[in-house]
Design a protein around this ligand. Structure first.
Ligand SMILES: NC(=O)c1ccc[n+]([C@@H]2O[C@H](COP(=O)([O-])OP(=O)(O)OC[C@H]3O[C@@H](n4cnc5c(N)ncnc54)[C@H](OP(=O)(O)O)[C@@H]3O)[C@@H](O)[C@H]2O)c1
Length: 198
């Protein structure tokens, strides 16, 4: 699959490297593209089947708006973003990023996932920690199936994936950000993940 990874920071480069190693073609979207696999945001998305918004939560809507409805169309969009204040506590307001993106771009098939863990855990769920859960939220069932396949490529077994339901449930995982940073401060470490045990 051709995958546009918007943002070349920790999440973008980590996910991009793993997806490339699993046979996908990753086109990085950057404000300052350098090298043969980096493009401006719009060109990265134009040539891709799926988009990953590895961008600061507060900038996701702005970047997507510049790309435009026509280019985004009905592509699948995986949003792992979080909205974080300088004090590193999650600043969740209202519906959250994923719901706002889905509302602004109704044709685009938004799926929220991977936003409740450190970037290293995203591609190494059960090597770093003994138990891990990844939550998936989205309105389009077919899009979620594609994203669950992609999570498999990243190393997530089906038993660790919980489909929470529609995109409105993304707000619940975005709110976990405050808990995540409280735990990180208490442990002095981000090598942990939230796991559902039953
Ligand atoms: N780091 C984690 O462990 C982690 C875990 C869960 C969720 N998240 C979330 O995932 C997203 C990415 O996190 P990250 O750690 O990869 O952040 P990061 O290292 O700061 O990278 C973000 C990238 O986004 C682009 N960017 C930065 N400011 C921008 C702006 N104003 N407008 C457009 N693009 C901008 C930059 O890429 P270019 O310079 O190439 O444009 C930058 O490298 C964030 O929403 C974060 O909260 C992070």
């Amino acid at each position: 699959m051709n995958i546009a990874v918007l943002g070349t920071g920790r999440v973008g480069s980590t996910l991009g490297a793993r997806l490339t190693s699993r046979g996908h073609r990753v086109l990085y979207g950057s404000r300052t593209p350098t090298g043969p696999d980096q493009f401006d945001h719009r060109n990265a998305v134009t040539s891709s089947d799926l988009i990953v918004t590895a961008l600061p939560g507060n900038d996701v809507l702005g970047v997507l708006s510049e790309i435009g409805d026509e280019v985004l169309g009905d592509k699948i969009l995986l949003d792992p973003s979080a909205t974080v204040t300088p004090q590193t506590s999650a600043a969740h307001t209202g519906d959250g990023v994923a719901v706002r993106v889905q509302t602004r771009f109704p044709r685009t098939r938004v799926v929220k996932a991977l936003n409740t863990m450190n970037f290293a855990i995203m591609v190494d769920p059960l090597t770093s920690v003994p138990a891990a859960t990844v939550f998936v939220s989205g309105d389009d069932v077919a899009a979620k199936t594609v994203i669950i396949g992609l999570l498999g490529d990243l190393g997530w077994p089906d038993a660790s994936i919980i489909d929470l339901g529609g995109i409105d449930t993304a707000a619940a995982t975005e709110q976990i950000g405050s808990l995540y940073f409280a735990i990180a401060r208490a442990l002095g470490d981000t090598r942990f993940n939230l796991a559902v045990s039953r």
